[in-house]
Design a protein around this ligand. Structure first.
Ligand code: GLU
Length: 185
C-alpha cells in the first residue's frame, strides 16, 4: 500500500503535497517524493525513508510550482532507493502509482526495443515511458493516458503530471481507490 496525491492550486503546492502525504503515512511506505512544474519543466524531489527526509530535502532544495503530484512508496518492484522512488518521470510526464503493473516486463521489453531507456527497477516506469511513447507520437495527454491505460494489466491508482501543462492532472484507477476534491484556492 502507498499514498498518492495531486494538487492544482493558486499558491505553491510543495508543502500541501507534503501535508497530504503525511495524512497518508499510516498506510506504510519506504520512500517518498514529489514532482511539480517549474516554467513548464518537471522538477522532482525524492528521498529514501521517512517523510522527514523528504521535508529536509525540500528545506535544502525548495521547489516552486502551482501544480504537482506526490507519493509515499511501498516498494514492490525494485529496492526502496531514491532512484526508484516516485514520481517516476521522463522529460514529458511524471507518474505516481499505487499498485502493481502485472505486464510491466513485456511493456519494458517492447519499449526498450523501440529505443526507450529505463532508469529504474520499478514496474511503474513502464507506465511513464509508455505514456511518453504516445506523447512522442503526437497524442494529447488525454489520448496518451487512454492508450496507456488500455495496455496495462493489474490493479492501480495513478496520477499523471505533464511538462508544459500547468492546468492538467490526470488520475486513473482500476481496483485501487482514488478520490477527487475541489476546494477554494
Ligand atoms: N509497484 C510500484 C513500485 O514498486 C508502486 C508500489 C506502491 O504501491 O507503493 O514502485
Amino acid at each position: 500500500m502507498c499514498g498518492i496525491i495531486g494538487i492544482i492550486a493558486k499558491d505553491a503546492v510543495a508543502q500541501g503535497l507534503l501535508e497530504g502525504l503525511r495524512r497518508l503515512e499510516y498506510r506504510g511506505y519506504d520512500s517518498a517524493g514529489i514532482a511539480t512544474l517549474v516554467d513548464g519543466r518537471i522538477e522532482r524531489r525524492r528521498a529514501e525513508g521517512k517523510l522527514a527526509n523528504l521535508a529536509r530535502r525540500l528545506e535544502r532544495e525548495p521547489v516552486q510550482g502551482l501544480i504537482g503530484i506526490g507519493h509515499t512508496r511501498w516498494a514492490t518492484h525494485g529496492l526502496p532507493t531514491e532512484t526508484n522512488a516516485h514520481p517516476i518521470a521522463t522529460d514529458r510526464v511524471a507518474v505516481v502509482h499505487n499498485g502493481i503493473i502485472e505486464n510491466f516486463q513485456a511493456l519494458r521489453a517492447e519499449l526498450s526495443e523501440a529505443g526507450y531507456v529505463f532508469q529504474t527497477e520499478t514496474d511503474t516506469e513502464a507506465v511513464a515511458i509508455l505514456a511518453t511513447y504516445f506523447l512522442d507520437r503526437g497524442l494529447t495527454p488525454q489520448q496518451a493516458v487512454a492508450e496507456t491505460l488500455a495496455r496495462l494489466e493489474g490493479a492501480f491508482a495513478l496520477a499523471f503530471l505533464f511538462a508544459g501543462e500547468h492546468d492538467l492532472l490526470i488520475g486513473a484507477r482500476r481496483g485501487s481507490p482514488l478520490t477527487i476534491g475541489y476546494g477554494d484556492g
